[in-house]
Design a protein around this ligand. Structure first.
Ligand code: ACO
Length: 312
């Protein structure tokens, strides 16, 4: 995460100066968020991704040159094109390997993991960096208190490697484009101008209702594909958007909250970066251990959703 950290109280004070009223109490009660990190001017998704990738490579005992595939899940690319993955590849010094972005908003990381797994299984890659990186602070309307308190910036990365022992057991991805309007940034670049509103719009209650239903369905479908049951899940690592969505999903899957990795309090909703940030924090804290079964779940704009069941 970038170094600049704003607690709810810091953000409330900043918003109050613009005549927008919110409070730590409201944010914590409705979302579970206590703080978020925002980048400084001139810092982009590829910069956050670079730090996450260096850390992941070091944990895997690999060099950038060992990597033959980079997939970046992001909705906040550095540029319209080329992809953030290409910009990251150059910063890493992994030049020559395949590199592309995946755009599935907050489900981006589970989409990217599934694509990387498929490429490894079919021999298209042997060592992949899968990254979620976002600077959502640039898309926020700081006059809209219903959205600007929810999001933050960050990046997380994992290395996947070909192996005879499967790590990813099953995955399940979906999208339903009829819900485009409930969570979107409708603006676009056209003839040298931005057309439409380039700031995030969300119908929070519609998102909430959809998210809770599809997360349960995706987890159950993934378990069925892997021939497993809820009892086989050691840790649920859901997209970190809102504690109430996570509690609801855990309840539907009959999992106690002490089997759910929760880091939303520390960084808010970082979209495609939230699952790898939560995974990283749980692994480094020694809570999530090799050999355990993890259910990762994402849901977000599109509407997109999906789950990945893996053995670490
Ligand atoms: N501070 C203080 N008051 C606020 C704020 C705020 N930041 N935002 C809204 N309010 C007020 C509203 O104006 C409203 O006041 P009123 O009753 O006087 O009209 C009141 O709080 C309740 O507003 P609701 O929108 O009904 O609040 P709700 O309980 O639905 O919570 C929230 C809103 C947190 C956005 C909720 O709908 C939610 O969590 N939705 C899920 C959305 C989400 O997590 N999106 C993340 C992106 S999508 C994804 O990642 C899956």
């Amino acid at each position: 995460m970038p170094p600049r950290r704003l607690t709810n109280a810091d953000l409330a004070a900043q918003l109050a100066a613009q005549g927008v009223e919110t409070s730590d109490e409201w944010i914590v009660e409705r979302t579970g968020i206590r703080a978020r990190h925002f980048v400084e001017a001139g810092v982009y998704s590829s910069d956050l991704a670079l730090e996450a990738c260096k850390s992941a490579l070091s944990a895997a005992g690999l060099q950038a040159q060992d990597i033959d595939l980079i997939i970046v899940a992001t909705s906040t690319p550095d540029m319209v094109f080329p992809s953030t993955a290409c910009i990251l590849q150059n910063k890493l010094g992994a030049n020559g390997c395949a590199a592309f972005d995946v755009q599935a908003v907050c489900s981006g990381f589970v989409y990217a993991l599934t694509v990387a797994d498929a490429m490894i299984r079919t021999g298209g890659a042997s060592k992949a960096l899968v990254v979620g990186a976002e600077v959502f602070s640039r898309l926020l309307d700081f006059t809209d208190r219903t959205t600007c308190v929810l999001f933050g910036d960050g990046a997380g990365a994992v290395v996947l490697e070909a192996s005879e022992t499967p790590g990813i057991l099953a995955s399940d991805l979906h999208a339903d484009g009829k819900h485009v309007g409930i969570l979107c940034v409708p603006g676009h670049v056209s003839n040298g101008h931005i057309l439409g509103d380039p700031l995030l719009k969300m119908d929070g209650q519609a998102v909430f209702k959809l998210a809770v239903g599809v997360l349960e369905d995706a987890a159950r479908a993934t378990l069925a594909k892997a021939g497993k049951t809820e009892a086989d899940i050691d840790w649920l690592i859901p997209h970190q958007a809102n504690i109430r969505i996570m509690q609801s999903t855990a309840k539907k899957l009959k999992l106690p909250m002490d089997k759910v990795v929760v880091t939303v309090d520390q960084h808010g909703n970082t979209s495609a970066a939230s699952i790898p940030l939560a995974l990283d924090s749980a692994v480094r804290a020694g809570r999530v251990k090799p050999g355990q079964n993890l259910m990762l779940e994402g849901v977000g704009g599109g509407f997109t959703w999906g789950a990945v069941l893996l053995t670490l």
